[in-house]
Structure formats: structure tokens, C-alpha cells
Design a protein around this ligand. Sequence first.
Ligand code: ADP
Ligand code: TRP
Length: 342
Amino acid sequence: MNKSVILTGLRVNSDFTLGNYLGAIKPMVMLANKYANTHQLNMFIPDLHTITVDVDYEGLNKAILNGVKDYVAEGLPIENQNVYTYRQSYISAHSELTWILDCFTGFGEASRMVEFKDKSQKIGEDRVSIGLFNYPILMAADILLYNALWVPVGEDQRQHIELTRTIAQRFNNKFGNIFTVPKNLLEQAKFVGVEKSLRIRSLKYPNNKMSKSISDPAGTILLNDNPKQAAKKIMSATTDDFAKINYDWDKQPGITNLLQIYMSLSDETKEQTLDKWQDKNNYGDFKRELASIVEAFLTKFQQERNKIDESTLIHKLKISESKMQEQANAKLLSVQKAVGLR
Ligand code: ADP
Ligand code: TRP
């Protein structure tokens, strides 16, 4: 019997932040390790999605490999045969199926996607690409090509999973059972077992999120940062003058953000961390301990990263791409037949 498929896009960028790490890389790799022996895992790099906005095109190729290395350094089990790591643009069925799905998606329906509305507002209507508008339909193709049942994504991507389900159901009603409809959002959330995804804030401006897309070097820790300098950023993080450590996003976002980083990096529960620090009045002691945790984490992570052999990684990509091409082409052919193109 075929294994059920878990599929997700590993968003790859040159400089991942601690926020990307704790909010995306770490949970994805944990999930991959949990299910690698019982499921097919498609952990792929949506490089065609990457170019829907302006990027550093010259550096893109290198950035993709470097990004995959971060996942591997964290422990993505690429030696496992059930894990497929491939670049979307290497499998042309993704683009071909997108076009066909485009023809079965309403313009109004796609216009309701909140991420597109948000991003296009930021970019400006004249400069926003049609690729960005089409982003969710390409995502639907990514998912439907491989019969994926489980598609773990962050909060901002959930609406795209709903759209995928709608398109798949519509297509199936018209043409018979061609697509596997991914599970609904409630079931997806249960499967992943996370109620709310993490949101790490800037160390400098704790009301904003930590983000590589915003220039805020003192507020942002990058996975490539010198560990000692990263520790200094923790020491000079913005807090408040309540002089009492408290977990309270509204009143004390700075210290709460540091508590969140502390519990995430030390794998403690919220209760454990609060037991230790709640109501303490010495922010310095707490910051010093967190700074050394961050420093140790980065040192170890960068060591792991340096150990990765690039040719092993490229081999994994090539093998996965050739295997997945077979699966994707078979699905594409059944769609082409259904709509009368073959
Ligand atoms: P960025 O804001 O750094 O450009 P992206 O929008 O490229 O991040 O997001 C990449 C992944 O990292 C997404 O899954 C997103 O949910 C996660 N992520 C980004 N920033 C944070 C953050 N500050 N805290 C937690 N997760 C984050
Ligand atoms: N858009 C997703 C993100 O920003 C990445 C992605 C692309 C994806 N295609 C996908 C995720 C298909 C899940 C399934 O995080």
C-alpha cells in the first residue's frame, strides 16, 4: 500500500533568522523525524514561489543550497528513503498543472487571498507580479501532484490550503476522482499538534516580529551570526522598567519575547521556564543565562552546518527529483486526459 504523504515547502532564503529557525525550521525537522518511517515526506524547495517577488537573482542558486543545509544541520533526515527533498523548478509538472488549475479557479476567488492583498499593498499595485497573484494556485499544484493528505503550514498559509481543497473538490466533481483532497484545517492542526505557531519578536522593537526582510541588525539574530556577537544582542535587548520578570505580551513584550526564546531553545515547557524566572527582579541574570544558551546553540549549529558535504546534498536532490518527476508526471497525465488534452 502507498504511504500517506506529508508535504510542505521549505522556504529557503540566504540568511535565516532565529525566528525562521524556531518558527519554521525546527518544527518542520521535528515533524520529518517523527514520521519518516511511516509516511512519504515531500520536503521541497518552492523556488518558483521565491521569484514571485524581487530577489537577488544572482545569489539565488547558492542561497537555495545554503538554505537546505540549514535544514540538514538541524537534522532533516535526508538519508531516509521516505524523505524527498527536491526543487520545484526541476519538475516541470508543477508549472504545467498550475496552468490547468488556473483555468478552473475564479478570478474573484483568487482575489480574496489575504496574503496577496497584504503583500501587494506593500509592494504597490504597479509593481506586483501576476506570479504573486498566482502563488496560491502553484501551491495547489505542489500539493495535488503528489496526493498529499497532510500539509503542515504556518498561519499565513492556511487560506491557501482551503483554496487547494476547493479547487480539488471542484475538479473531482467535474471529472471524477482525480485528486486526493488534503485534510481540512482542523485535522491538519491536530496532526501537527501545535495550537499556535511561534512568533519571535525583534530584540530591539519587541512589538514587531523578528524578520530578515526588515533591516534591524541589533534586533535580529541570524543563524550565521558570530555566536559571541549574538550573545551581545541578547544582553542589549530592549526590556522595560517593571523590574519584575513576567510573561505578558501586552505590558512586557521585550522580556516575554526573551522568555519565549529561552523556552524554545532550551526545550523547556512554559511552566518550567516560568518556575525558574517568574517574579525575579534581576533582568541581568536572566539575560546572561539566555545569552549563553544562544551562543552555545549557534556554535553547535554552525559546526553541524560546516560538516555537511555538499555533494551528498546535491545527490539527494537529484535522486528525489527523478523519483518525484515520475509521480508528478503520472498525475499530470491523468489530469490532461480528464480535461481532454490527451
Ligand atoms: P521573514 O519575515 O524572515 O522574511 P518569511 O516570511 O520568509 O520570514 O517566513 C519564513 C518562515 O519562517 C515562515 O514559515 C514563517 O512563519 C517563519 N517565520 C518568519 N519570521 C518568524 C518569526 N519572527 N517567528 C517565528 N516564525 C517566523
Ligand atoms: N507558500 C509556503 C510558505 O510560504 C511555501 C509553499 C509553497 C508550500 N508550496 C507549498 C507549503 C505547498 C506547503 C505546500 O511557507
